[in-house]
Design a protein. Structure first.
Length: 260
């Protein structure tokens, strides 16, 4: 009943306007009528402040939806770089119908948290291509962030996806994030997967990822995209910002079903 109060009052006022004016358009109010409307609306908001909260939430949701649409357009425009970049490590079939692209930092707590979920999804979905965009957003704070990212890309170039996967999972398996990972840890893991770290060449191989990360409007990691390889539209792209394993699982399952 409370929700109907303001519309009913305004409706009554509009009825009065029709009786006292010859204007054919209800928007042709006198100064006095406009003042009455403002007073009624102001008092209603004062009495029902929850309206402002709901309006703010609605506006925020609309803005987020608009941002998602724009981000998806950027995904489509950069689909080849997202899916087929030869310098980017991946696991799974090269010609997979479904792709999961993850922008991540080894020192990111939530990247570490979702890593096990991603690993399980790889095992359960051998037909899906998992693409790993090393994006060390904490490089300026923790040196190992940049070092581990460069090492990962270098290992992929030297040894391929299988060895990269061992390295990638082993780094997250240490549980060392938020500044606790060290260059020594990275070297130990790299050596354990069969890499001669004395030949390691750290050359900022992740800069293209940073550029793409910025174009997509991402603010933090993990940032994940689930998208098909062909017939890409804004309707079949899912963008997941932050830690949301359930959304990731659902996005993969839904896209698999639609691409069969």
């Amino acid at each position: 009943m409370k929700k109907l109060l303001l519309p009913l009052m305004l409706g009554a006022l509009l009825t009065g306007c029709n009786e006292t004016t010859t204007a054919s358009n209800n928007s042709d109010f006198t100064a006095q009528q406009k003042t009455q409307i403002e007073q009624i609306a102001s008092q209603y908001i004062i009495n029902h402040p929850d309206i402002l909260v709901k309006a703010s939430q609605t506006l925020q949701q609309q803005q987020m939806q608009a941002q998602q649409v724009e981000a998806k357009k950027v995904v489509i425009a950069n689909a080849d770089q997202l899916i087929n970049d030869k310098t980017t490590p991946f696991i799974g079939p090269k010609d997979a119908k479904v792709n999961v692209i993850e922008f991540f930092d080894y020192q990111c707590m939530y990247c570490s948290k979702i890593a096990d979920t991603v690993k399980q999804l790889e095992e359960k979905n051998p037909d899906v291509k998992f693409i790993f965009k090393e994006t060390p957003i904490f490089a300026s704070r923790w040196e190992a962030s940049k070092y581990a990212a460069d090492m990962g890309n270098w290992i992929y170039q030297q040894k391929g996806g299988a060895t990269y996967a061992k390295y990638h999972n082993a780094v997250f398996a240490t549980g060392k994030d938020e500044g606790h990972l060290t260059k020594k840890d990275v070297n130990t893991i790299a050596t354990s997967v069969g890499v001669d770290v004395s030949k390691f060449d750290a050359n900022n191989t992740f800069m293209n990822n940073f550029e793409l990360f910025g174009k997509l409007g991402f603010q933090g990691t993990p940032a994940l995209i689930v998208m098909p390889s062909k017939n890409i539209t804004t309707d079949n792209i899912t963008i997941i910002n932050g830690y949301n394993p359930d959304a990731l699982k659902k996005a993969i399952s839904d896209l698999q079903a639609s691409t069969k």
